[in-house]
Write a protein that binds this ligand. Structure first.
Ligand code: CP3
Length: 353
């Protein structure tokens, strides 16, 4: 079993730096496009055998050290009762947007075993098909990022509706966040029960807040999810399933983020990872943080950037190499393959452990 990734999550000694890539299954891979020509995105997410197939594609193509379940952070939102569509070029559209007390009251807290069984089935298929080749990461959106899609009705530039709800009707926001948080907690527990060996919370949009608002309106819900899962793990003797918390544009918030209680913090590229590690301290492993656009550089330049991330992260308790956000659809696959090789060979040769 390749458990280098799990060891790095726990801060244990590793022979080389493990690497995986956020959004590693997707449109930059021809193999993925071939399947997507035949089925739409939601059908792909809801067909366990196909979801498992595209999850394994980047393991074969890139040689990464972890698989991440193919799904989307909006899948549980559909089960809460919103209509979710993915439109070409426009991205996700959720309707109607959640803006009123009566709508929040109507939202369901899904029972994953019934309402999201296809996700759990995909995890079970994957654990069989992976044969312990690499560990499987389950995931969910973090409460705030999930709620922004519900409130805005899709992607957003300035998150005005979300901030208006927080600043004008804080009780409505907390009622919504309570339901979203309960949904995510149950969803992640069910993923762990089905076989996920790590879970990642994606808080892509939490970086839109000032530290004081992050602390008041984002952090308490993340802490609740993590604490609840950790307590449940102890009670159910599941063993230690590491929790990764990724925040996009995290650099103004690291002192707050490090209160979350996860095992690993994901760091975006807008900060030198060495500075991030100094501020986070050694209670967490770190994951990141190459700028995804670096992969459009010539290979020798990519190598320099890979080396500097590895060197700068050498003081961490544990380091998982990753991009600072998802890989872009236009990315040349051969550059991703080289990046993975470089991480492995350089970190092994230089014993950056
Ligand atoms: O990482 C992986 O390989 C696993 C699969 C995965 C997807 N989405 C598949 C996907 C994961 C982990 C996600 C998370 C996700 N989804 C996030 C958080 C991470 C991040 O990138 O910030 C967010 C914000 C979403 C919401 C979402 N889903 C958007 C905004 C879009 C449209 C933009 C885009 O990238 O196309 C999606 C669609 C989506 N999710 C696709 C894939 C492969 C593209 C669908 C297609 O095939 O057309």
């Amino acid at each position: 079993m390749n458990d280098v990734f799990l060891k790095a999550c726990r801060g244990e000694k590793v022979p080389y730096t493990p690497v995986w890539i956020m959004r590693q299954a997707g449109r930059y891979l021809k193999q993925y496009q071939k399947i997507r020509k035949k089925v739409d995105f939601l059908t792909l997410c809801k067909t366990p055998e196909l979801a498992a197939e595209v999850t394994i594609q980047p393991i074969d193509a890139l040689g990464v050290d972890a698989a991440i379940l193919f799904s989307d952070i909006l899948i549980p939102v559909e089960a809460m009762g919103l209509k979710v569509r993915f439109l070409e070029k426009k991205g996700p559209v959720l309707s109607p947007p959640v803006r009123s007390e009566s709508h929040v009251k109507k939202l369901l807290i899904p029972k994953p075993e019934n309402d999201l069984h296809f996700v759990l089935d995909a995890i079970k298929v994957l654990r069989k098909e992976l044969h312990n080749r690499v560990p499987l990461i389950g995931f969910s959106g973090a409460p705030l990022t999930t709620a922004t899609y519900m409130i805005e009705g899709g992607s957003s530039k300035n998150f005005l509706q979300t901030k208006k709800m927080i600043f004008q009707t804080p009780d409505l926001f907390s009622a919504l966040m309570d339901k979203v948080t309960a949904t995510i907690t149950e969803y992640l527990k069910a993923q762990i029960k089905a076989g996920a060996q790590t879970v990642q919370l994606f808080d892509t949009w939490a970086g839109i807040f000032s530290p004081v608002d992050y602390r008041a309106y984002v952090l308490p819900y993340v802490k609740r999810v993590i604490k609840d899962i950790k307590n449940w793990q102890k009670l159910n003797k599941t063993g230690h399933i590491p929790i990764i918390y990724f925040v996009g544009a995290c650099c103004g918030l690291l002192e707050e983020i490090k209160m979350c209680g996860a095992d690993v913090l994901g760091v975006d590229w807008r900060i030198n990872i060495e500075d991030a590690i100094k501020r986070i301290g050694n209670r967490y492993s770190v994951q990141g943080n190459l700028d995804p656009c670096t992969l459009f550089m010539p290979k020798d330049k990519i190598k320099d950037r890979v080396k500097s991330v590895l060197k700068n992260a050498s003081s961490a308790r544990g380091h998982i190499f990753n991009l600072g956000h998802g890989v872009l659809p236009e990315t040349p696959v051969e550059n991703v393959v080289s990046m993975v090789e470089m991480v492995h060979s350089y970190s092994q040769a230089h014993r950056i452990l």
